[in-house]
Design a protein around this ligand. Structure first.
Ligand code: TMP
Ligand code: ASP
Length: 243
């Protein structure tokens, strides 16, 4: 699979065209950003770990009936994915209070929420990914009501599956962000999970110590980000002997 020109450059990934119209290559960079790039560092090998972890999680979700864009990992930083039209909404699922939620509602970090909460943020770095409601999404035609309903249903299923996965390996899934895209199979347009799921896009705490095993290590200058991501990978059963 040969790489062509860059289709999209994000903060932590690049997407390349391939010779096939319906496939792209997703490249994981080492860039770590937070607070919309106000904080930015290169963390050696982060991209390699996120590629492996995201592969593992997308495979797990695929096996459990969640259609997604992942086809196969190509090498240490790249994976082949189905080309989708990304819905420009960051779908955040929260099980416990953390991050911007604690600030918005004055609820202490780590508090269980009364139920699983789904929030939407517009993908718009210039305006700090503002929180939006179903109404914004419909009026601005980022997605229609059926798509919003489907996204919510899928987000709940993904949350259940990820909770099961992480619980088994002694990790609390505090919250995470996912993205969806429209995949045109020629016969129909289907909404599938896209982007990545990694410690960059989840909050993961060790079940015994509550130690943070995710990008909060960078956001909060705690250090030890690579060690934490390696710990997540190892617990997921990923072979790091070549790492
Ligand atoms: P937040 O606390 O910053 O709103 O983030 C909630 C979760 O979603 C957290 O696990 C980080 C993830 N997230 C991203 O990965 N990228 C984003 O742009 C946003 C808004 C959240
Ligand atoms: N994705 C955002 C950024 O990179 C927010 C975050 O993850 O903290 O700035």
């Amino acid at each position: 699979m040969s790489k062509n020109k860059v289709l999209y450059e994000g903060k932590a990934k690049q997407l390349f065209l391939t010779e096939k119209d319906d496939e792209l290559i997703q490249f994981f960079k080492d860039d770590a950003t937070a607070f919309n790039k106000k904080k930015h560092e290169i963390i050696d090998s982060k991209g390699v770990l996120n590629n492996l972890i995201s592969e593992n999680i997308f495979n797990y979700l695929g096996k459990n009936g969640v259609p997604n864009h992942f086809i196969k990992r190509l090498n240490e930083r790249e994976q082949l994915i189905k080309k989708v039209e990304i819905i420009p909404i960051e779908v955040v699922v929260r099980n416990k209070a953390a991050g911007t939620f604690t600030k918005r509602f004055g609820i202490e970090e780590g508090k269980d929420l009364p139920g699983t909460l789904i929030e939407f943020n517009l993908k718009d770095d210039e305006h700090d990914d503002p929180l939006v409601s179903d109404e914004h999404i419909k009026v601005f035609k980022w997605a229609n009501q059926n798509e919003i309903d489907e996204i919510k249903e899928k987000a709940i299923v993904i949350n259940r599956l990820l909770n099961e996965l992480f619980n088994k390996i002694g990790i609390i899934l505090v919250d995470f962000k996912i993205e969806f895209g429209r995949f045109n199979s020629g016969k129909k347009v289907e909404i599938i999970l896209a982007d990545e799921i990694s410690p960059d896009s989840c909050r993961l705490w060790d079940i015994k110590s509550n130690e943070k095993l995710d990008k909060d290590r960078f956001r909060r200058n705690l250090g030890g980000l690579i060690e934490a991501y390696k710990e997540v990978a190892t617990r997921l059963g990923i072979d790091l002997s070549n790492f």
